[in-house]
Design a binder for this molecule. Structure first.
Ligand code: ADP
Ligand code: MG
Length: 304
C-alpha cells in the first residue's frame, strides 16, 4: 500500500473524496498541514519532515491547500513543496505551478506572454500611477476590477464603473492589481473549465447573484457540453502555458462572443462542478496523479 500525503488544513468534502479514490486504488491517505512540516539539514533525519512521515517520505503529495501567512511562512511552505519534488516525490500540483498561479499578476503576465487572450491588467505599488491608469481606462469607457493579488473565492474584488467610484480606490496589501472589466451580457455569468493532464474533463457555466460568479458567492452552476471546443481549447492552452498537472480555469465570454481567461487556479475546489457532471472528478484527478512513474513504481513495490 502506497502512502500519500494530502496537504490541507481542512480535509472536508474534497479530502473525503480524494481519500476514497486513493483507497480504491490501494493507497493510504494522511492529511497534514504545511504548518507542521519542516526542512532538516542534519544527518539523523530526513531532509524534509512531514508529520506521520518521520521515517520515510510519502510516495506522493497531493496539494489541497496552502495556508496564508507572512512572506517568510509562505516561502517556507513553498520550499517544502520544492524540496519534496527535488527528492523525487511527485507533488501535484507542484510548488512552481502554485507560485505561478496563486499570484494573479504573474498569471496575467505569463498568459499574455504565451499569446493567450486575457483582459488587460496592471500590477504595481505606486498609488498615483494606479489611479492615473484607472482614470484613463474609465475615461475611455472601460470599467475596471481591482483584486487582491493572492485572493480567491471572489473575496476583496471591487469594481469601478465611473470616476466617482474612485473615491474608494485603494490597494490590497500594498499592491494594486487592476484588470479591465469584461461585460458578459445582461445576466452575469462566466465559465469554469476543469483541465486534467492537458484535457478538459468537465466545465460549467456559473451564473452569479451579482457580477461575481464564484460558487462561494452564491452563483448557481449549469452544466455545459464539452463540444464548446473554443472554451476547452483556450483553457487547455492556458494550463499548458502555465505547466500545470491540473487546473480550474475561469473564462469570461464578452457580448461579442470573445473569450478571455480571468484567472487560473492551481488548487481549485470542484464541489460545485461535481454537482453538474456524472464523471467523478476525484477519480480522474487521482488516476492522473497515480500515473506519475514514481508512484507507479511505489505501487508495484508495495504490492510485492
Ligand atoms: N475582469 C473581469 N471582468 C468581469 N468579471 C470579472 C473580472 N474579474 C473577475 N470577475 C468576476 O469575479 C469573479 C472572481 O474573480 P477571479 O479573478 O476569478 O478571482 P477569485 O480568485 O477571487 O475567484 C470571476 O469569477 C468573475 O465572475
Ligand atoms: Mg476565480
Amino acid at each position: 500500500m502506497g502512502r500519500i500525503a494530502v496537504i490541507t488544513d481542512d480535509p472536508g468534502w474534497h479530502g473525503k473524496r480524494l481519500r476514497e479514490a486513493l483507497a480504491t486504488r490501494g493507497h493510504e491517505t494522511s492529511f497534514l498541514s504545511l504548518t507542521a512540516c519542516r526542512l532538516n539539514v542534519h544527518e539523523d533525519e530526513l531532509p524534509v519532515v512531514l508529520p506521520g512521515f518521520e521515517d520515510r517520505l510519502p510516495d506522493g503529495v497531493f496539494v489541497r491547500g496552502v495556508p496564508g501567512g507572512s512572506l517568510e511562512q509562505v516561502i517556507l511552505y513553498l520550499d517544502i513543496l520544492h524540496a519534496l519534488k527535488l527528492l523525487g516525490v511527485p507533488v501535484y500540483n507542484d510548488g512552481h505551478a502554485i507560485e505561478r498561479t496563486v499570484d494573479k499578476g504573474m498569471t496575467s503576465f505569463l498568459l499574455k506572454r504565451a499569446g493567450i487572450t486575457t483582459p488587460p491588467a496592471w500590477v504595481m505599488r505606486d498609488a498615483d500611477m494606479a489611479r492615473s491608469i484607472a482614470e484613463r481606462e474609465l475615461r475611455q469607457g472601460h470599467s475596471l476590477v481591482s483584486k487582491p493579488l493572492f485572493g480567491s473565492q471572489g473575496t476583496g474584488l471591487r469594481r469601478y464603473d465611473s470616476l466617482d467610484d474612485l473615491s474608494g480606490f485603494s490597494d490590497d496589501d500594498g499592491v494594486f492589481y487592476l484588470q479591465r472589466y469584461v461585460h458578459s451580457g445582461d445576466t452575469a455569468h462566466d465559465f469554469r473549465v476543469f483541465v486534467i493532464a492537458g484535457k478538459t474533463v468537465a466545465a460549467m457555466k456559473r451564473c452569479g447573484v451579482t457580477w461575481l460568479n464564484n460558487v462561494h458567492q452564491g452563483a448557481h452552476c449549469e452544466p455545459i457540453h464539452l463540444e464548446d471546443l473554443r472554451l476547452c481549447h483556450l483553457a487547455e492552452e492556458a494550463v499548458r502555458a502555465l505547466d500545470m498537472n491540473y487546473a480550474g480555469v475561469d473564462i469570461i465570454r464578452d457580448e461579442h462572443g470573445r473569450d478571455a481567461i480571468l484567472e487560473v487556479n492551481s488548487i481549485p475546489a470542484w464541489k460545485g462542478l461535481q454537482g453538474v457532471t456524472d464523471l467523478s472528478i476525484a477519480d480522474r484527478l487521482v488516476d492522473d496523479f497515480l500515473s506519475h512513474p514514481a508512484l507507479m513504481a511505489a505501487h508495484s513495490r508495495h504490492a510485492q
